[in-house]
Design a binder for this molecule. Structure first.
Ligand code: MG
Ligand code: ZN
Length: 368
């Protein structure tokens, strides 16, 4: 009798201490910074081009944990960027063209920025297209169609986003409805910088917006400067002042456009530019260990491939394997699975093959 009673008390005590240990662990759970870099339209061949056309080892090589994601949306097997980004931002798949809304009744679905901001996280968005374009929009807006970019711009003004750098100025100050949203952004705490990307002495109490004049920035092959890597670094300088963690989304926006146009040189230069932004994120994460870096794509564009220079159909020896001849299968998107690379705390949880919306749930489960 005595022995069993002793065992019983020991078991209770052990349970008590285990529970307490777990509670302390959760209380002390440090903030987790998350940097999500999305190459719009960047399939495996696009990403591979960095290995053959760049002049250094691509930063992609620094990732040890690799997965693949299925990018389909609810109404079509081949998604667009709106549904693709909505899956990442909200954890729910939706229909092609939808921004942050349900496929059932177009009601708003809470996004990662709206979840993390009340928890004390700072949030930022960087892109080389308009901030109102589908990919960044899914991280703050809720609207039935990606085409309503003026309304999307209005939703940015009242969103939880703390930092943004992109093009798209006309959607804010040269609008069909005549409204000027720049003073509204300023009234909402933003220090705005128009036309120039200059680093500042950022204050954690303020918010910062950089808007470049055109709807879309110049292509890399047309002389776009280091906007994407530079803006990524600036965003990290600002966001990392916050001791409660941050979420940053960086988009290599124009890889997709190069795929649509079937322009391989344009595509390669956009991938190399994106790869530099990935390098900035990894450099930051090296010094700030509690940073999870995720690189992925919303879908593949163009059916791009890095095939050998073609010979004739029936003569295997006629192809020239010393020459890569990039080519495309479509002017649209494709259903090819896209890669996801992760580095940092819990990076191993992103391995495997899964649906695009699972990425959101994986991130949230690490934070909550
Ligand atoms: Mg995009
Ligand atoms: Zn596209």
């Amino acid at each position: 009798m005595k022995a069993s009673r002793y065992l019983f008390i020991t078991a209770i005590l052990m349970l008590f201490f285990l529970a307490k240990a777990e509670a302390t662990q959760n209380e002390n759970k440090p903030p987790l910074n998350v940097i999500l870099l999305i190459g719009d339209g960047m399939g495996l061949s696009q990403l591979s081009s960095a290995y053959y056309y760049g002049d250094q080892e691509p930063s992609f090589s620094k990732f040890n944990h690799i997965g693949l994601i299925n990018t389909s949306c609810t109404n079509t097997k081949i998604t667009d960027s709106a549904a693709g980004a909505t899956a990442f931002a909200t954890g729910q798949r939706t229909y092609k063209g939808a921004i942050g809304v349900s496929p059932i009744d177009t009601s708003a679905i809470t996004n990662i920025v709206e979840i993390l901001s009340p928890l004390g996280y700072k949030t930022g968005l960087v892109a080389t297209y308009s901030v109102t374009h589908a990919t960044p929009a899914a991280f703050y807006a809720h609207i039935d169609s990606r085409d309503k970019q003026e309304e999307i711009a209005e939703q940015l003004v009242t969103s939880d986003v703390d930092f943004f750098a992109s093009s798209g100025l006309p959607y804010f100050n040269d609008r069909k409805d005549g409204k000027n949203l720049i003073p509204l952004l300023e009234a909402n705490g933003f220090e705005m910088e128009i036309q120039t990307l200059i680093a500042k002495q950022y204050k954690p109490s303020k918010k910062y917006g950089y808007l470049m004049p055109p709807e879309s920035m110049p292509k890399k092959v047309e002389g776009r400067d280091n906007f994407l890597p530079d803006a990524t670094k600036m965003a990290l300088d600002y966001l990392s002042q916050n001791k409660h963690g941050f979420f940053l989304m960086v988009e290599g926006s124009q890889i997709d456009a190069a795929g649509h146009k079937n322009k391989s040189q344009m595509l390669i230069q956009e991938v190399l530019d994106f790869e530099k932004a990935v390098g900035e994120a990894l450099e930051f994460a090296k010094k700030n260990k509690n940073t999870l870096v995720i690189v992925t794509a919303d879908h593949e564009t163009g059916g791009f491939t890095l095939g050998a220079k073609n010979g004739t159909k029936d003569d295997y020896d006629s192809h020239d394997y010393s020459i890569i001849e990039p080519s495309f299968a479509t002017y649209g998107h494709s259903a090819t699975l896209v890669p996801v690379f992760t580095s940092g705390p819990h990076a191993e949880q992103f391995q495997g093959i899964y649906n695009n919306n699972e990425l959101f749930h994986k991130i949230i489960s690490l934070i909550k």
